[in-house]
Ligand binder design. Structure first.
Ligand code: TXA
Ligand code: MG
Length: 358
């Protein structure tokens, strides 16, 4: 594609121009509380196709449609199940996407050919203001180039999208840092398609039993022929360029494992860090001298999730070839982090308690 002039809209600048660009069918990146989105008019097929071109991804992947408080949901969905009302009351605006039967007004270009549509009402004040000014439903995938971690700052978006889209609205670092929770309400029991900032426990407290799509627990990319419920999941996402493994075991066993692998390298070359990195939790491992990307304290998952994608991006910019991460527990917000980390590691988890050496 021919490069275009991308406008950076600072945090203190008004949003009318960005809203006008959306109404005119252009692509504008904007902040949400989860990750930055790459937005365009959800009801305009050409505008939606321009998103796929900017992202460099196949056009059969359905997009989430973003609305603001007060927007008439019936403009985009065909039917509102009772459970949806309860979940919307509890968690909108916020990091929860709900799948509904689509209204005929929503083109198949937006839904990836599906009869359903994913809707989300972001809580980020800049997102709400932009959507209200534009007064159109805005289709937006995460604003990364295909195959890169989702962007959690405007600078991340600039790295990936500069020259490819009309504007980037800066709204500071994202407070959640992981993409929204997705729940499908078109079956008899709510189905969790993607874990995120609204946890399984929070959902079940409102609507009772929620089933979990099997691929979520596995965290693996779904084979192309499996027809996953969330079609986007068949693409390998969030993966840094370096080979990543997750270590499960006591802090001591993890330290021993990493030291055994990296001590050799450090001993031989006297330097370490440009090729091998460790994605660790604050003070969990005794690894002074090694290059650590610190996710923070194990007891503060909100901070960990905010940092995760930024860390994955830094692995790429540092050109590292091997990444050792720590496996986490699988409940609450940790479930969402483990889902992203398993994918980044292509499913490789090593139980270091059983195999202290190689
Ligand atoms: O937090 C988020 O959800 C961010 C921000 C920008 O809102 N957006 C986001 O979009 O993560 P994207 O395109 O990167 O991921 C959307 C996911 C994909 O896995 C897609 O398959 C799924 O949502 N999805 C969208 N519409 C769907 C539908 N009708 N049925 C099933 N899955 C759907
Ligand atoms: Mg994405």
């Amino acid at each position: 594609m021919r490069p275009i002039d991308t406008r950076w809209i600072r945090e203190d600048e008004p949003l009318q121009q960005a809203a006008d660009a959306l109404v005119a069918g252009q692509v504008v990146a904007f902040p949400t509380e989860t990750v930055y989105g790459l937005g365009a008019d959800a009801l305009n097929e050409d505008a939606v196709r321009a998103i796929y071109t900017a992202k460099g991804r196949p056009s059969d992947n359905p997009l989430i449609v973003h609305i603001y408080p007060g927007f008439d949901l019936k403009r985009v969905v065909a039917e509102i199940p009772p459970q949806a009302k309860d979940l919307m009351d509890a968690f909108w605006p916020g990091p929860l996407t709900l799948i509904f039967p689509k209204n005929p007004s929503v083109p198949y270009a937006t839904t990836g050919g599906l009869e359903t549509v994913g809707i989300r009402m972001p809580s980020h004040p800049r997102a709400m203001e932009l959507l209200r000014l534009a007064d159109i439903p805005v289709a937006a995938p995460s604003a990364n180039r295909s195959g890169r971690p989702s962007p959690t700052t405007a600078a991340h978006v600039w790295e990936d999208m500069q020259g490819r889209i009309a504007a980037i609205v800066d709204g500071g670092p994202c407070s959640v840092g992981l993409e929204s929770t997705i729940v499908d309400l078109t079956g008899s029991v709510p189905l969790l398609l993607r874990p995120g900032g609204i946890t399984l426990e929070m959902l079940e407290a409102v609507v009772g039993t929620v089933e979990v799509e099997p691929s979520v627990a596995k965290g693996l990319a779904i084979a192309e022929d499996e027809h996953p419920k969330a079609p986007g999941m068949k693409y390998r996402h969030y993966a840094p360029k370096g080979a990543m493994v997750l270590l499960r075991g006591t802090d001591r066993a993890k330290t021993a494992y990493v030291s055994a692998h990296l001590g050799d390298v450090a001993g031989k070359t006297g330097i370490l860090g440009s090729h091998e990195w460790i994605l660790a939790l604050q003070q969990s491992m005794d690894l002074s001298g090694f290059d650590l990307e610190d996710l923070g304290s194990r007891t503060e998952p909100e901070i960990m999730s905010r940092r995760l994608f930024d860390a994955l991006r830094r692995f790429d910019t540092s050109g590292c070839t091997h990444i050792f991460g720590e496996a986490l527990q699988e409940d609450g917000l940790y479930m969402a982090m483990m889902n992203r980390m398993r994918r980044a590691a292509a499913g490789t988890i090593i139980d270091v308690n059983e195999t202290p050496e190689d």
